[in-house]
Design a protein around this ligand. Structure first.
Ligand SMILES: Cc1ncc(COP(=O)(O)O)c(C=O)c1O
Length: 372
């Protein structure tokens, strides 16, 4: 029998944004409000520029969220009535945005690390496939080279959902230049944590221009005629200024997240669970730290045990996409996605976790298994 965990003195939070230099941001805010330039001006352009070295891309387009960026990219790369292939293990924005582009999401299975499996994409592709949408889930880079080869083979466009992956790296390059485009989030739960926001990296100038048109009703600012179709996806200057100040503090935060991951992975080695992470040589942004328990039945008691010890957890990705109520009646074969979903648990990961808090999380999980 397990005895109750010790009562917590304070709660170890799952995720909290790292604040920027607040005085510097307040000075920016004053300048913006006094200038009268409230949207799509100096700070948006500067943010796009400052994101180039982070992504390796020359074509960065700021948008109000990754959801809206995916809608813009899917409308631009796709075709109404066509199919887009999405992973069976991801957040709902990946497949919902396909619907907003008037396409049908086709769900393909993931590999044992929760990332879209190129072989499953090949098996799911049909003559109607127009776009393939892999996800760099939790910040772990997807198999970009293999997926590029598959996209070329089936004649589809390749759009990465990089919502989690600002700061992530493949072995030889930052995440941001693969496929036709990649879409990032800088919302509050992401490492940059600038409230809401996102951006698209486009593979070339033509796509950059087409995406920018979509963000302005399919046309151009200042021109009331339009031959296209789009939305208002302008970014407020205040948001861009906040994101720029948060960007100044991103690198130390990513280093801290990597240290925390290393500590979890080595402390839990030998326990009946797997700690998600990048392949050797890659870098993950560690937008979240997922663990996969060997035994699905352990999840509910572990959550209760950690909650009693004042440690927050979250059930991220714990329903495979075809099993969502919205997909009722679908029978996609996503065995690995289901296997992972049944065992998924997110544990605390953010740039403000103290060593003491990390110790508490480590001990909380270890003591659960020790008491079994
Ligand atoms: C995988 C994935 N894609 C897209 C999004 C949408 O991002 P945003 O909140 O910036 O719209 C999220 C949000 O968490 C996500 O997890």
């Amino acid at each position: 029998m397990r005895s109750a965990a010790l009562p917590a003195t304070s709660v170890v939070r799952l995720n909290i944004p790292t604040p920027p230099d607040i005085d510097a941001f307040l000075a920016d805010a004053r300048e913006i409000l006094e200038s009268g330039w409230l949207a799509g001006a100096k700070h948006v352009a500067a943010l796009e520029n400052e994101l180039r070295p982070w992504t390796g891309s020359d074509h960065v387009i700021a948008v109000p969220s990754a959801t809206s960026g995916l809608i813009a990219a899917l409308n631009t790369l796709g075709e109404p009535g066509a199919e887009a292939i999405v992973p069976g293990y991801t957040f709902m924005a990946t497949w919902q945005t396909v619907l907003w582009a008037r396409m049908t999401p086709v769900v393909a299975d993931v590999d044992e690390r929760g990332l879209l499996d190129p072989a499953a994409v090949l098996a799911a592709a049909t003559s109607r496939t127009r776009v393939i949408v892999p996800v760099h889930l939790s910040g772990n880079p997807a198999a970009a080279d293999e997926l590029t080869a598959v996209a070329q083979r089936v004649g589809a466009r390749l759009l990465f959902d990089a919502a989690h992956a600002l700061g992530s790296r493949h072995a030889d390059r930052p995440v941001g230049t693969d496929g036709d485009a990649e879409v990032f989030s800088i919302g509050a739960t992401k490492p940059l944590g600038a409230g809401e926001g996102g951006f698209i990296t486009a593979g070339d100038a033509e796509l950059d221009a087409a995406l920018r048109r979509f963000t302005f009703y399919g046309g151009r600012p200042g021109n009331i005629d339009t031959s296209g179709f789009g939305m208002n996806l302008r970014v407020p200057e205040l948001s861009a200024a906040l994101a720029r100040r948060c960007l100044e503090r991103l690198e130390p935060q990513l280093v801290r997240r990597e240290q925390i991951h290393e500590r979890y992975a080595s402390a839990w080695d030998g326990l009946p669970l797997r700690v998600s992470g990048p392949l050797p040589g890659q870098r993950s942004s560690f937008k979240e730290q997922m663990v996969w328990l060997h035994e699905p039945a352990d999840r509910a008691p572990l959550v209760d045990w950690l909650t009693a010890a004042g440690i927050e957890t979250r059930n991220y990705h714990s329903i495979a996409i075809p099993d969502l109520t919205a997909f009722e009646g679908r029978v996609d074969s996503v065995d690995r996605a289901r296997w992972l979903a049944d065992r998924s648990l997110a544990v605390p990961m953010h740039g403000r976790l103290t060593d003491e808090e990390v110790d508490r999380v480590i001990d909380g999980v270890a003591s659960f298994y020790a008491a079994r």
